[in-house]
Design a protein around this ligand. Sequence first.
Ligand code: TYM
Length: 341
Amino acid sequence: MEKEKETRPEGRQIVMSGIRPTGYLHLGNYFGALRNYVRMQEQYDCYFMVADWHSLTTHPDTKELKNSVLRVLAENIAAGIDPSKACLYVQSRIPEIAELYLILNMLAYKGELEKTSTFKEKVRLQPENVNAGLLTYPVLQAADILIHRARYVPVGKDQQQHLEMARNFAQRFNHRYGDLFQEPEAFNFGEELVKVPSLDGAGKMSKSENQFATLYLADDDDLIRKKVMKAKTDTGPTVKNSAKPPEIENIFQLMSLVSTEDTVKKFDEDYGNCTIRYGDLKKQLAEDMVKFISPIREKAENIYHDTAFLAQVVEQGTEKARKSAKATIELVRQRMEFNYF
Ligand code: TYM
């Protein structure tokens, strides 16, 4: 039993993560999630999913869903996911997730679900549509992860609480029905989880809010330049080696993601001795962003239009994901003694 909990037959640790198809992917999705996916696919048994069921909690209209799903798949591959190494699939093709979600719902309490920050935030944003799916969102996410008995979950900082909840649900299942799940952990290569700030200095980059303060992987070069040049700054430091105000700290943080160490160091020194020119800082950031984003955008555009290729990727992904999901559901049913005959 212990051995089964630790590893799967392949002997490699399992990794699982997902992205909702609710809009174009942005720099936050890249540095919070995709960058880790790409590195992890070399060492782990990876399952990466498009969370289309999850998107219904906030985007009930399904007219655009197909395009969004294809777009997210294309952007995953353009960012470096190799579908022959990592299993890339779509949530709604794996019915076993829904069965596990149903079971985990009986182990989740209304009080804890209501206290979740993402739930409270969504209630504030869409008071007219506080559906039960929104409340049980973290339970579905736990089912996504536990269906593969995953150990590591590469995500950004905003998902930390959901991961804690997934661990609680796993523990409750193990305690009540017998050891089955390992406790999944949020993962970022050797570091703190990432939160990529928005360009307006307020909050984080996001798929569907503050679009002018978010850099999307699909933005064209001019739009990237425009957005970066509009980033908020102040009048500049007047006292040597003073602390940076939040909006300037944000620009430096974004720079540290895409620019060379020497570039960041130079502007940092200029800031320290009060000679910095924010126009130059932003121009440099804009050019480094263009250099970073444009190859991904071009690749994604080509892949997005190759529907036959994407269909084949999903076919192959579904087959592997279902095999893993069926094996887990079989064990869940055994532990719960559902096999009556
Ligand atoms: P979603 O679609 O909002 O975001 C996808 C991934 O991008 C990360 N992310 C960020 N990281 C850093 N800075 C930001 N500004 C930023 N914005 C987004 C998110 O942390 C996430 O890793 N609930 C999930 C989807 C999901 C999932 C799962 C994740 C469904 N099932 C199972 C992991 C495992 C979500 O809404 O991600």
